[in-house]
Design a protein. Structure first.
Length: 231
């Protein structure tokens, strides 16, 4: 039977405790190192893939759906090149035009009348500028020295040489008609568009009767008379 000195027993217990402490210290260090590596890995992953807001996620989803839909359309056109669109067959894989025509159209000037000229309507600018001879010269003559009354700094301007002027027949009247009343003017129609009509009331169709007033719309009438002399 072996015998141990009390000091040897104490030394052996101390050595065992020291070994156990070293093992625990190394295990704790390894745990801390592993946790640090995990945190570093998570941080690196989060920096590569930043967290999206709700709006950003929705935008990304819509973009992916749009790309998917565009791919489906292109695939469909590739697989089925002939498709009906508004009653017409369109072949996306072949040229749409050929050298031969299915219909021949002949234009005859004798059917559609004669080209009268090139002009403009007097609606509604002649009602406002009916006293401006300079504008009439600018639009309806071929003069190359037209100077605008309110813009002389523009210098001499060339006339456009228009040959047609369409008169804007008025349809507005302010006369009171017995049994009918007066015409109600819309607040959305400015005064310069309220062109007076010559036939003021339906009492008589005779142009020489009081139902007619030939003194209204003087700006357009005078402008028309001036243009007749020019054209």
């Amino acid at each position: 039977m072996a015998s141990y000195h009390p000091l040897d027993v104490d030394d052996r217990i101390a050595n065992d405790a020291s070994s156990e402490g070293s093992r625990k210290s190394r295990s704790s260090a390894r745990s801390r190192g592993s946790a640090a590596r995990d945190r570093s890995t998570r941080k690196s992953a989060s920096s590569c893939f930043p967290r999206l807001s709700f709006g950003g996620a929705c935008l990304l989803a819509v973009s992916m759906l749009f790309a998917f839909g565009a791919g489906c359309v292109l695939l469909y056109i590739k697989l089925f090149p002939i498709e009906k669109v508004h009653g017409f067959k369109i072949n996306f894989a072949k040229p749409r035009f050929t050298s031969s025509a299915n219909l021949t159209v002949t234009i005859s000037p004798n059917v559609y009348g004669t080209w009268s000229g090139w002009g403009t309507s007097l609606c509604w600018w002649a009602n406002v500028f009916g006293q401006r001879d300079d504008l009439a010269d600018l639009f309806f003559t071929l003069r190359d020295d037209v100077v605008l009354d309110d813009l002389p700094s523009a210098g001499a301007l060339p006339g456009l040489g228009l040959t047609v002027a369409r008169y804007n027949a008025g349809a507005h009247g302010r006369r009171h008609v017995d049994g009918v009343g007066e015409m109600q003017t819309s607040p959305n129609v400015p005064p310069f568009k309220q062109i007076q009509t010559f036939w003021q009331d339906p009492g008589s169709a005779d142009v020489n009767s009081p139902s007619w007033n030939w003194t209204v719309d003087q700006n357009q009438v005078e402008y028309e008379s001036y243009l007749r002399a020019l054209l």
